[in-house]
Design a protein around this ligand. Structure first.
Ligand code: ADP
Ligand code: ZN
Length: 779
């Protein structure tokens, strides 16, 4: 027998190996194996078995890893799809479906010594006092860890051995499972009686779950505190009743002990009792090994984890929940660049499982899919406790800027509000979204932002070269000396970088008596820092918490009655077509932090562009309104969700080479794919055509220029190729980066074509190419 093996080194090929006699019957599809490769020993996964091979002189498999196949056939199928759709080598996608601890056999079960009382046939012997004491403990417990016994009885192993010699006890080595949550006390909870909106939503979910051989995706749209998690819990119970298991995905940052506890607590007792396994990056290799195998053995039927938990070997799988489905952290930023939400939907379809995506601010992609009838929308319009949404005030920072020199941090209104909170002993959260290197150019006086004339996106300010560039189409212009707004002409138009640190320092001067704490990636280096600060904040030891989006996530602080957003525009003018969406999401999530207790909350949004729709719709808590206007913008420029994007990034130390390679790649793509491009003159043609004749004219301009396929019709009639253009962060860590952006509805087909083009592409040795399908980060 021959086994076909995908090796863990990037070769885009599978190799045949002999199954040696001693392993016959043990090697199955999905088995992890170790094989010789040249002089090396390499790990791989068996992808197929065959009677014979086209090759001769096959080498034998050295050993198999684990007692069971590690990659189940269903997960193997999923990995194949990921390889194809996300345009990466099969071995790369296969690698991502197993935690490293499992893949590399880094860890095994932990063996420990147990002491067990034996049945005694004759009369109980007379023991010395110390030994009798030890025996009493063992007898009472029947079975006890040796280490625990030694501590309890304050004795030595030698004493216990003597009991063993007398035939009273046996000492055995057994597997002891690591439980990462062993220290938490978990009190069981029961189902809560649902309100009418919840009942309706759960009813639809369970109805879909009861349908055999079918899959269905729901989008559960409900503000924070509307009872989504309770619906998840009851849907999970339904899966267990059906004899099926489930996967719950949450963003890494929300994977706090409190979240995990809520799931464990519900299934820790009663007739639906099951182990709830947890998979995330803070577990030790040993813990991860044990959690994973509890799932593989079918003992843990519910898995809760971050992104990669979507590959957990749950079988049969009845339900997948993706909480906070709009979170960008579901996208993996290295190959395979998969999006866990989309993988969840695909897995649901492959395994006939129901998928529930939940969010207070759904992604445009998911909401669009509801509108098109691909997903079903479930809505929870109100908070369970009937609390009102906080009052949101938008403060026009152009006025504050008038009075101060430079860019002010605090408006008088916000200062006053903070003072009130300090007087009343209530808490404040201040929020500044300062991340990424790319910055836009905004006038501090009038709020004017320099946008690209072709792409309607903020231009990126390249400080060193003093130029503005669009990283989608490559448009370049000089930095204006004065604000281009005729009525303003402010010479101070230039972005003055402001970080959380400056906010903290300024606060300390303004409010010398306040207890202030900063929370961002710089101050939160160790994993306990985060917990400690939040603990102190909850305990009222901190008056004002300053932070980045880290603090925008589903935290619950009853005493926080004020939330301030220092510069709401920062997120707005990122050079990304999702900038408006991100801003809307952030403002909504941040606002949700205020007024979770008895006192109504207040939110101050400071902005230079206070009338921007993303800010205004967020102020009114109006998701639908925001969606309607945003989708119009996406339609116009054919951005997702109306189309799909593939982002090709070329990277290298020599700028000329990178640029040249990018241009070469662009020409290759045009040859193989055929399309209109959006750069230089091409833009002028189609945009003028649009102005004169509308969208159809633009389409015909494109078609006329596009090469035809053999069948005489253009495969990608809607394809737009934009760029090459310097990435917003042109030079990162001494690498120059150029990007090409492709947009089409037919992404699966495009991925296949891209894989072909990329493989036959000859790049200079020091230039690399990364393909990102459905990117969430355009930097
Ligand atoms: P979300 O996940 O949407 O933020 P949760 O499910 O966490 O909302 O619900 C918020 C709070 O309300 C939780 O403490 C939860 O136990 C409670 N809760 C949920 N549903 C109900 C209900 N029907 N009746 C009373 N309390 C509820
Ligand atoms: Zn542009």
């Amino acid at each position: 027998m021959i086994a076909r093996v995908s090796l863990e080194i990037a070769l885009r090929k599978e190799f045949d190996y002999l199954i040696p006699v001693e392993l016959v019957g043990q090697v199955e599809v999905g088995m992890r194996v170790q094989v010789p490769f040249g002089a090396r020993k390499i790990f791989g996964t068996v992808t197929a078995l065959a009677e014979e091979s086209a090759h001769t002189k096959l080498k034998p498999i050295l050993k198999v890893i684990g007692a069971q196949t590690l990659v189940t056939p269903k997960v193997l199928k999923l990995a194949r799809w990921i390889g194809e759709y996300y345009c990466c080598a099969p071995e790369t996608s296969l690698k991502s479906v197993l935690p490293e601890a499992i893949r590399k056999e880094k860890s095994g079960w932990k063996k420990q010594l147990f002491v067990r009382a034996l049945h005694l046939s004759g009369e109980f012997p007379k023991l010395p006092k110390r030994r009798q004491d030890v025996w009493n403990i063992i007898e009472e417990r029947r079975e006890i860890l040796l280490a625990e016994l030694l501590e309890l009885a304050e004795t030595t192993a030698a004493t216990v051995r003597k009991l063993e010699d007398r035939g009273l006890v046996e000492i055995t080595s057994e597997i002891s499972e690591r439980d990462p949550y062993a220290r938490e006390t978990i009190l069981p909870t029961q189902n809560i009686v649902l309100n009418p909106a919840q009942t309706k939503a759960l009813g639809e979910i369970t109805k879909a779950m009861d349908k055999e051989n079918s899959s269905h995706t729901f989008l559960l749209h409900g503000v924070t505190g509307s009872g989504k998690t309770e619906i998840y819990l009851q849907a999970l119970a339904h899966a267990l009743e059906q004899g099926k298991g489930a996967i719950v995905l949450v963003p890494e940052i929300s994977l706090t002990p409190q979240t995990v506890e809520r799931f464990k607590a519900r299934f820790s007792s009663g007739k639906l009792q099951t182990l709830v396994a947890v998979l995330h990056s803070h577990l030790s290799a040993g813990e991860r090994h044990d959690e994973w195998h509890k799932i593989r053995q079918g003992r843990a039927r519910i898995v809760i984890g971050a992104r990669s938990a979507i590959f957990a070997p749950v079988e049969p799988l009845g339900l997948i929940i993706v909480d906070e489905e709009h979170e960008t952290s579901y996208k993996q930023e290295e190959a395979p660049r998969y999006h866990a939400r989309d993988v969840a939907i695909m897995r649901g379809q492959m395994e006939n499982a129901v998928v529930v995506l939940g969010s207070a601010t759904p992604s445009l992609e998911s909401f669009y899919n509801c509108k098109r009838g691909k997903f079903s929308l479930l809505e929870l319009p109100e908070r369970v406790d009937n609390q009102k949404m906080p009052h949101v005030r938008v403060v026009d920072m152009r006025q504050a800027a008038h009075k101060e020199k430079g860019t002010p941090l605090f408006s008088p209104q916000l200062k006053e509000a903070i003072n009130q909170r300090l007087d009343r002993g209530e808490q404040t959260i201040l929020f500044l979204n300062r991340r990424g290197y790319s910055t836009s150019l905004q006038c501090p006086k009038c709020g004017y932002v320099c946008n690209c004339p072709n792409c309607s996106l903020a231009l990126t300010f390249h400080r060193q070269e003093q130029k503005l560039a669009c990283h989608i189409c490559g448009h370049v212009e000089k930095v204006p000396l004065v604000c281009p707004n005729e009525k303003c002409k402010n010479p101070a138009i230039r972005f003055s970088g402001t970080g959380t640190q400056r906010v903290e320092e300024t606060l300390a001067k303004l409010f010398p008596k306040a207890r202030i704490k900063r929370m961002d990636a710089d101050t939160m280096k160790r994993k306990d820092d985060y917990r400690k600060v939040l603990g102190d904040f909850r305990a009222g030891k901190i008056d004002i918490l300053v932070g980045t989006q880290m603090i925008a996530k589903g935290l619950h602080f009853p005493n926080v009655t004020l939330v301030g957003i220092i510069y709401a525009d920062l997120a707005l003018h990122q050079p990304d077509f999702r900038a408006g969406e991100r801003t809307f999401q952030l403002l909504t999530q941040v606002a949700g932090r205020a007024g979770r207790g008895d006192v109504e909350g207040e939110v101050f949004v400071q902005a230079f562009a206070p009338f921007h729709p993303a800010i205004q719709y967020a102020r009114r808590h109006d998701f639908n309104g925001f969606y309607e206007q945003e989708i119009e913008f996406r339609e116009q420029l054919k951005y997702p969700p109306v189309s799909r994007v593939a982002l090709l990034t070329l990277k290298g130390r020599n700028e000329e080479k990178v640029k040249f390679s990018a241009e070469h790649l662009k020409r290759e793509l045009e040859k193989t794919l055929g399309s209109a491009s959006v750069s230089g003159a091409a833009v002028d043609v189609s945009s003028t055509a649009t102005e004169l004749f509308g969208e159809d004219a633009k389409q015909s301009v494109r078609d006329a220029r596009a090469p035809q396929t053999k069948r005489g019709q253009n495969l990608f009639s809607d394809l737009i190729i934009a760029g090459p253009a310097p990435a917003p962060l042109l030079r990162a860590e001494t690498f120059y980066r150029y990007q090409i952006m492709l947009r089409t509805r037919a992404m699966s087909a495009l991925s296949r074509e891209l894989a072909r083009t990329v493989q036959s592409l000859a790049l200079p040795e020091d230039v690399t190419l990364a393909v990102d399908i459905d990117p969430v980060n355009l930097g």
